[in-house]
Design a binder for this molecule. Structure first.
Ligand SMILES: [Zn+2]
Length: 499
């Protein structure tokens, strides 16, 4: 069956391939002035020197995945990428860490490739010219969802649990599941065709665009039309229910829950609407077409802001846990949809900005709703911040400055400096600018950079513009200094000496 939608269907990717192929054939050789050369195999992120590729700009990914009956069955797939060459290319690369790459076509013609380390280097039959779009299709690659590994909890991107699969691609793991330019500075729109045995449910980022059944299998189509970082892709297939809550403030509200937990979760997740109200008041209109929670039973022990469909585990909602433990976490992941997703990091050292913001709003909301004692162990927001401030020098000595994680390891990227440290910097900025100016900055940031990637430098520039004075020295000492600066407005606050 096909569901009607209030949005246009995407162009069929086959038609795109045909039109791009003819475009490339017609292009005069003189159009690309510089001689074609190989694209770069690093996008230049100091924390992830091997990640990402240059020479092109990804515009749209179409992912076509076929799932087996069991969550750990290998998934076979095709990915078609529409990109624009940013210089004339004799070859170019994508990130991919899977075992089988299949066959590769560029502009509809077979292309040679080599699979080395975590790169596929593709050599098209004829060079790609600067400024022109091209289509690369990788057909027949294989991906294997794996069970959660408690010894290395964040390393499995494509995860399998008792009831189904899900994606956990942050930071640099999406290319373990399928080929892409796997860096948040190269966002693209996405479409998904997910084929699964009848009786299973398949969901992905964005809106459901159609569903058709044939021969015991059903193919579910989704469209994520606003740009998305590869790390935020979500694809979940298994024994899931879809809870359609209709439209609220112009946003489709859709939750996805493992069937065994739907009755319990249905009322619990409804808090999303009140949270959407609260965040919209502070950050402006929600940036996407749809939002909801995916609650699966891989029980990884963390949540992830996969775009339009945040990931949670059933154990986070256990009856033994007070609502002050999970409701603020839901607010955190929803806040990321503006801060971290719609405005994605330019490089991974910017993570303090997205995690600091999500942690700030999580705790402000918890404090307003009386959840802070359960969620953070403090009675008031200022007591929480004062405690993080007191620990500031120890955190800097042990984990590095807030704005400069020591490495790209999960331990350094997801350290408390990104969360509590980032929130502390934003609190200090609010104290320095005044609450009214800070709140204006917070509305302007996700509006100005909606759908784009923006980093620390852009945030400092916008803060300075809103404040009407140069805040760079202030913010740089908070972000990069080895000592915690004095907290504006709290001369009595002290920092514990480092042992
Ligand atoms: Zn977060």
């Amino acid at each position: 069956m096909v569901r009607s939608l209030s949005m246009p269907k995407p162009k069929p990717i086959g038609a795109l391939v045909a039109s791009m192929a003819s475009l490339a054939l017609l292009a005069p050789a003189a159009l690309g002035a510089a001689a074609p050369s190989p694209g770069g195999t690093s996008i230049g992120d100091p924390l992830f020197p091997t990640l990402g590729n240059t020479g092109y700009d990804a515009q749209h990914y179409d992912l076509d995945l076929a799932f087996g009956a069991a969550p750990t069955d290998p998934v076979t797939g095709n990915v078609t990428l529409l990109a624009t060459a940013t210089r004339s290319l004799s070859s170019f690369s994508l990130d991919y860490a899977g075992p089988v790459a299949g066959v590769v076509f560029v502009n509809g013609r077979p292309a040679d490739y080599t699979l080395t380390g975590e790169k596929i280097v593709i050599t098209p039959g004829r060079p790609l010219l600067k400024g022109l779009p091209f289509v690369v299709a990788l057909k027949g690659f294989v991906s294997s969802p794996r069970a959660f590994n408690a010894d290395d909890p964040t390393s499995v991107a494509f995860i399998a649990g008792p009831s189904g699969t899900a994606m956990l691609g942050q930071t640099a793991y999406a290319h373990h599941a399928w080929p892409s330019n796997d860096h948040p500075s190269d966002k693209a729109s996405f479409s998904f065709q997910l084929s699964a045995p009848d009786g299973e449910t398949a969901v992905a980022n964005g809106l459901l665009a159609g569903k058709r059944s044939r021969g015991g299998r059903t193919t579910w189509s989704y469209v994520q039309r606003q740009p998305m970082a590869t790390e935020l892709t979500q694809v979940a297939v298994g024994d899931y229910d879809v809870i359609d809550r209709g439209r609220y403030r112009g946003v489709q509200i859709r939750d996805v829950t493992v069937r065994s937990a739907t009755a319990t979760l249905r009322p619990q997740l409804e808090v999303e609407k009140a949270q959407l109200d609260w965040l919209t008041d502070r950050l402006g209109p929600y940036p996407f077409d749809v939002y909801g929670s995916l609650v699966s039973d891989q029980n990884v022990g963390f949540a992830l802001e996969t775009q339009t469909l945040s990931y949670f585990s059933t154990n986070q909602f256990a009856a033994t846990r007070p609502e002050g433990r999970w409701k603020p976490v839901m607010l955190h992941e929803l806040a990321h949809q503006w801060l971290g997703n719609s405005v994605a990091p330019k490089e991974w050292a910017d993570i303090w900005n997205s995690e600091g913001h999500a942690t700030l709003y999580e705790n402000l909301w918890a404090a307003e709703n009386g959840y802070l004692p359960d969620s953070a162990g403090f009675d008031t927001f200022d007591e929480l911040i004062r405690s993080i401030y007191a620990d500031g020098d120890r955190a800097r000595a042990e984990l590095g400055p807030v704005g400069r994680p020591k490495s790209g390891s999960d331990a350094d990227i997801f350290s408390s400096q990104s969360y509590d440290g980032g929130m502390l910097v934003l609190y200090a900025l609010r104290q320095e600018m005044g609450t009214e100016a800070f709140e204006r900055l917070e509305r302007r940031w996700p509006t100005k950079y909606r759908g784009r990637s923006a980093g620390t430098r852009e945030y400092i520039a916008l803060a300075s513009e809103v404040a009407g004075r140069d805040l760079r020295p202030f913010l740089e000492s908070w972000l990069y200094g080895t000592a915690t600066p004095p907290m504006p407005g709290h001369p009595d606050w002290t920092i514990e000496p480092v042992a």
